[in-house]
Write a protein that binds this ligand. Structure first.
Ligand code: PLP
Length: 811
């Protein structure tokens, strides 16, 4: 063990003293947090440098996971667990009169991501380190993470997330590893010894400074690195050396400082919807260029030949945001390493692999050529040449017709299509759930699949069961350990051994007791924080995720409104009391999503203040959804709402966290829900609604008319009208856009079509809950089968089937 109780006590006191010049009793909670975190980083630093030097000495293949987002959340607790000293630390602090939880609550949640995509990257880091795979993250050190959400008068208000206002104890600034990233300027071509050479002039040089965060493996000695890049203005001296400014232009350099630093200033708050903003393109090139440069530098220090790069380095890009890695690696190989085009392309192609996250048109990245060319003149030349050769091949080698070529072309209609670039430039393309990958192959990327069938593969997403079960639900974890042992923590598939206990009344009861206890505790917290009374004995029905039309929070809400109408008609209706929880951030520019938040809070106000329905249902919108809130609410959930329009949710990962904590999934056959059903069996999940083929058929051939349903169906009519007829005592225009989308824009997400199926599914859920023994059994079966959704499994597959990396035992 890295430290025992007594060393922790002594070291902690020493830290508080040296950092703040205080005794423990005099230190604030925040100072205690800073001191403890600093101490834990010290403890991990020996293995951190050991890991680095061993990777270097063994010349092991390294994976670099490039992602514009890492939604890592708090680190203190997970680091304590992974180092195996959580218990010792808890006891040590207790003996000093300090509660560990209170210190943990001081940590600001690192929200450097929007939702599922960024959280996936964070889970992958944990799994790579815990499996001993040499894998590192590469991203941006945003000064401001995803905005903090407050609800004021029922509306979302965004507050900047100044998460670095206190020093971040986990990061280490590495000045000696800084690199320069070049934007704008001109490319000069001249012949040198018969070779065409490219140099750049009049560009803007940006200093990229890495901040490294240790990623500590669970109960091994591996400590990998998450490297986040920060943009800074070059010092005058550096700029002069690069001939960027002549002496005396110092003030101009200072003027540029603010514009340079804006590059890593803030995370774009868009989820599944991309705006082609100039600054975002700069962000993408900035971290990709810095990352690739630092990889090459470190690779060359090992004295391997540049032609062998792909044998020692795998670069994986999380969605298309980092796909400039393709032309950037080409640029370095050609302009700096002096390779010929064909060799450079072969190496690049064998080094880069890509994960597709979505098929929704509004999330497919493309950049206007003029804008792109202006900021990245050399990169544009390279993209053009990659495309010229690709298109030539399609024409000459494959005799393809022009229409198809235009669709596949990387540059078309004055735009650069990033997915096409990533597919052509890399050797692997994967979807994130079986259904999603099939849709990619059959529809969205059909032409590419036919051209390169060998590149396509599926890697169903996963979540780290250590954060989402072991740490988020310690009582359940203890019960599992005392029942089937502790092997599951390293081998999540061992959770299947719980299956034997699914009909064991004693085990069922203990698991159900834990859920109840979690609910009671959470209810107390809600009462303390918001003054809202909730019934901990009601069914906790939970939909927490980003707010998006395709995720269909409206469908959930329409069932609630319908239930409320029924209760108004018959207040003695025999239903199990239920609390409907929502939590969701809406992108600040996504006005319809914000309107939906206002609708939820409006319904909440009406229902929660209506005494006549005898508290049978309650609605609660929890503000500021993020990793920390997810960790609290998921262990309390009875029902997990996964109700996206089939074919729209690529995978989902929230669904996996819920099942792992014993919630029953109420879902459409979308994303990984399909595989959850396969794992637990049809009788242990509640499925409803149109399937993906049906949805896609309507989309292709028409035949769905929402207005017709609205006119014909009295229940839907009444619900929808209540939005605009003053029923909720808000101005009639408040929800007019929701109304218009449903009626005039033909209900793009099939809310009406699925509504009655959903109501039936909810009734089925209630009937199952009333048969409580059956419900408890279902719950245990869900936990037992959740191991296959651990990101350890997912990462094993990436490692074997895409990256070809080996595990390294750090000694
Ligand atoms: C898991 C997670 C998500 C993804 O949830 P989905 O239901 O899959 O959309 C989003 N945000 C946070 C904070 C998460 O922890």
């Amino acid at each position: 063990m890295i430290a025992n109780k007594d060393t922790i006590k002594k070291d902690f006191a020493g830290k508080v003293k040296s950092m703040f010049g205080k005794n423990i009793e005099e230190a604030s909670s925040l100072q205690k947090y800073e001191a403890l975190a600093d101490l834990i980083r010290d403890y991990s630093s020996i293995n951190w440098s050991k890991t680095n030097s061993q990777y270097k000495a063994n010349n092991e293949k390294q994976v670099y996971y490039f992602s514009m987002e890492f939604l890592i959340g708090r680190l203190l607790k997970s680091n304590l667990y992974n180092l195996g000293i959580e218990e010792e630390c808890r006891v040590a602090l207790k003996e000093l009169g300090i509660k560990l939880e209170e210190i943990e609550e001081q940590e600001l949640d690192a929200g450097l991501g929007n939702g599922g995509l960024g959280r996936l990257a964070a889970c992958f880091l944990d799994s790579m380190a815990s499996l001993g795979i040499p894998g590192h993250g590469c991203g941006i050190r945003y000064k401001y993470g995803l905005f903090e959400q407050k609800i004021v008068n029922g509306y979302q208000i965004e507050i900047p997330d100044n998460w670095l206002k206190e020093p971040n104890p986990w990061e280490v600034r590495k000045d000696n590893k800084a690199v320069v990233v070049k934007l704008g300027g001109r490319v000069i071509e001249n012949y040198e010894n018969g070779y065409l050479k490219f140099t750049y002039e009049n560009y803007q040089g940006i200093k990229a400074v890495p901040y490294d965060i240790p990623i500590i493996g669970y109960d091994n000695k591996t400590v990998n690195t998450l490297r986040l890049w920060s943009a800074e203005a070059l010092e005058e001296e550096e700029a002069v050396n690069l001939n960027l400014i002549s002496r005396g232009e110092y003030f101009k350099a200072l003027e540029d400082k603010a514009s340079v630093e804006s590059i890593s200033q803030v995370l774009y708050p868009d989820d599944s919807k991309i705006e082609g903003k100039l600054l975002r393109l700069k962000q993408q090139y900035f971290f990709v260029s810095a990352g690739v440069q630092s990889i090459i530098r470190s690779y060359k220090s090992k004295k391997n030949h540049i032609n062998d790069l792909y044998k020692y380095v795998a670069i994986h890009i999380n969605d298309t945001h980092p796909s400039l890695a393709v032309p950037e690696l080409m640029r370095i190989l050609i302009d700096e390493e002096g390779l010929e085009w064909d060799k450079a392309f072969e190496i690049t192609n064998k080094t880069i692999s890509y994960t597709n996250h979505t098929i929704m048109a509004e999330a497919m990245e493309k950049w206007q050529v003029d804008m792109f060319k202006g900021i990245l003149p050399r990169i544009y030349m390279i993209v053009q040449e990659i495309n010229r050769r690709f298109v030539e091949d399609l024409k000459v080698k494959y005799k393809m017709e022009q229409g198809k070529i235009n669709k596949m072309s990387i540059i078309n209609e004055n735009h650069i299509k990033m997915a096409n670039l990533a597919i052509v430039g890399g050797y692997s393309v994967n979807g994130v759930a079986r259904l999603h990958t099939e849709i990619l192959k059959k529809r969205e990327l059909k032409d590419f699949y036919e051209l390169y069938p060998e590149k396509f593969n599926n890697k169903t997403n996963g979540i780290t069961h250590r954060r989402w079960l072991l740490e988020a639900n310690p009582s359940l974890s203890k019960l599992i350990c005392s029942t089937i042992g502790t092997e599951w923590i390293k081998k999540p598939e061992e959770l299947i051994n719980l299956k034997k206990y699914s009909r064991d009344a004693a085990f069922q009861d203990r698991a159900a007791e834990i859920k109840k206890k979690n609910k009671i505790e959470f209810s107390k917290e809600i009462k303390d924080r918001y003054g809202v009374e909730i019934n901990p004995y009601s069914i906790f029905d939970v939909q927490v995720k980003r707010l998006h039309e395709y995720k269909r929070q409206i469908l959930n809400l329409f069932n609630i409104i319908n239930l409320y109408f029924k209760l108004k008609e018959n207040p003695n209706l025999d239903i199990v009391p239920r609390t409907f929880f929502f939590a969701a951030k809406a992108s600040p520019s996504y006005l319809l999503a914000k309107e939906i938040i206002k609708l939820i809070t409006t319904v909440q106000y009406k229902i929660n203040n209506d005494r006549s329905i005898k508290d049978k249902i309650k609605v609660l919108f929890l503000e500021n959804y993020g990793v920390s809130l997810a960790e609290k609410i998921i262990p309390c959930a009875d029902i997990s709402e996964q109700i996206s329009t089939a074919s729209k949710e690529a995978s989902g990962t929230g669904n996996m966290k819920f099942m792992m904590n014993g919630a029953i999934t109420l879902a459409t056959l979308d994303g990984a829900n399909v595989e959850i059903r396969e794992a637990v069996g049809e009788e242990n999940i509640i499925i409803f609604g149109l399937n993906a083929d049906e949805v896609m058929n309507y989309e292709r051939y028409g035949g769905y008319n929402s207005k017709e349903i609205f006119n014909r169906d009295p229940i839907i009519n009444k619900i929808v009208n209540s939005l605009i007829n003053g029923y909720f005592q808000v101005p009639n225009c408040e929800f007019i856009n929701i109304y218009k989308h449903l009626i005039d824009k033909n209900d793009e997400y099939f809310i009406f079509k699925d509504f009655h199926f959903y109501v039936n599914a909810q009734e089925k859920a209630e009937a199952l809950y009333k048969n409580y023994n059956k419900w408890k059994e279902m719950s245990v079966i869900n936990i037992a089968h959740s191991g296959r959704f651990s990101s350890d499994k997912t990462i094993e597959n990436y490692s074997k089937e895409i990256w070809n990396t080996r595990k390294v035992n750090i000694i």
